[in-house]
Design a protein around this ligand. Structure first.
Ligand code: FAD
Length: 337
């Protein structure tokens, strides 16, 4: 009997996590991971990696969205509790979200019953940082540093017999020959690959600084955040809708520094390691669905998994598990199974 052949397109957090989950599901399958960029060439490597889905994050319906988020949290938390957790860059972190204007901003209906602690900040805690903070929450969650996770996941994938190809794909049909199913995790690249006008970049810029004394995360007003990771602290940020500018903007850097130092003044002495820009692949809803294309008499089975916006590190394992289910449905009746 011939073997099952699967291609996963995309080498960011979504593609790698999906590829690893597919290997667990189909132990004898040949799985190729094909991408034009890896590691530091992905949006994933820019992320702070905090597990915090935005309240607007959505899949096709509330039930599935919650399932993605809950499955993802369990995945990261389980990984954190293994001996591999530190190698994969996954750890627990606690911190604050403050707002001077809006009580709802500091609430998160996805997290409140999921993470171990999510509670209102006390009056004393509201005075921890300079600023006239009226509302606040304290919570404990997970942070995944992609500088660790992407290499770790790549190693796991290769150890289990996965193959990696560096290749820019112009058209899914052009690489489909020989594959039983293609799993499309190309992030913003899917905009062109699938002609998907619902997919929009939301530009973000961050500064990775050396500040080992920062062990707590802080969110303030106006897209200001300070998130400690494994090897650096991420200072952010900005959200620029439909901007394709992938250059570091010096005015954004000045604004990020000013806002973060106003929130946590001891950051003034933090040395900049690097400044990074990423285009968040925003789509509402996130697209995790099956498609069958007919091309030159050939039937191409595709499972899409893209459009995670600012929450791809958070939710990658949840949508990966769901995409695996869709792959199983797509392959039902395949004689190689
Ligand atoms: C400043 C910033 C901060 C963020 N902070 C967080 C955070 O704290 N928490 C969180 O959960 N998320 C965060 N995010 C969001 C997160 O980074 C994204 O949601 C996530 O990286 C998306 O992952 P992805 O694998 O879909 O895309 P990517 O990482 O962009 O990977 C896409 C892959 O597809 C490949 N590809 C694309 N097109 C093609 C093609 N035509 N042919 C071949 N290969 C192709 C690329 O080369 C790449 O390998 C942040 C993002 C930014 C920009």
């Amino acid at each position: 009997m011939s073997e099952l052949n699967i291609a996963v397109l995309g080498g960011g957090v979504v593609g790698l996590t999906t590829a690893i989950e597919l290997q667990k599901l189909y132990r004898n399958a040949n799985i190729d991971l094909i991408a034009s960029g890896f590691q530091s060439d992905t949006t994933s490597s820019v992320a702070a990696g905090l597990f915090r889905p935005g309240t607007s994050f959505c899949g096709p319906n509330e039930e599935i969205t919650r399932r993605w988020i809950n499955d993802a949290y369990r995945y990261w938390d389980d990984l954190r509790n293994t001996s591999e957790g530190a190698l994969a860059g996954v750890t627990e972190v606690s911190g604050y979200i403050f707002s001077s204007k809006y009580p709802n901003i500091v609430r998160n209906h996805y997290l409140e019953n999921l993470v171990p602690v999510y509670r209102p900040a006390t009056e004393k805690e509201l005075k921890l940082c300079p600023g006239n903070w009226k509302y606040g929450s304290f919570f404990t969650t997970i942070v995944t540093t992609c500088d660790y996770y992407l290499p770790w996941a790549t190693k796991k994938f290769l150890e289990k017999g996965g193959k990696i190809q560096k290749h820019h794909i112009k058209d899914i049909a052009s690489i489909s020959t020989g594959y039983d199913v293609i799993v499309n995790c190309t992030g913003l690249g899917a905009k062109w690959l699938c002609n998907d006008n619902k997919l929009v970049p939301i530009r973000g810029q961050v500064i990775k600084v050396e500040a080992p004394w920062i062990r707590t995360f802080f969110y303030g007003d106006n897209d200001t955040y300070i998130i400690p990771g494994f090897n650096s602290v991420t200072l952010g940020g900005c959200r620029q809708y439909e901007s394709y500018d992938d250059n570091v903007n010096k005015y954004d850097s000045l604004s990020i520094r000013e806002r973060c130092e106003a929130l946590v003044p001891n950051l003034k002495s933090a040395k900049t390691i690097k400044e990074l820009v990423g285009l968040r692949p925003h789509r509402s809803p996130v697209r995790v669905e099956k498609e069958v294309r007919h091309c030159n008499g050939q039937k191409i089975k595709i499972v899409h998994n893209y459009g995670h916006g600012g929450y791809g590190v958070t939710t990658a394992p949840g949508t990966a598990l769901y995409a695996c289910e869709l792959v199983r449905e797509s392959l039902a009746g395949n004689s190689k199974l």
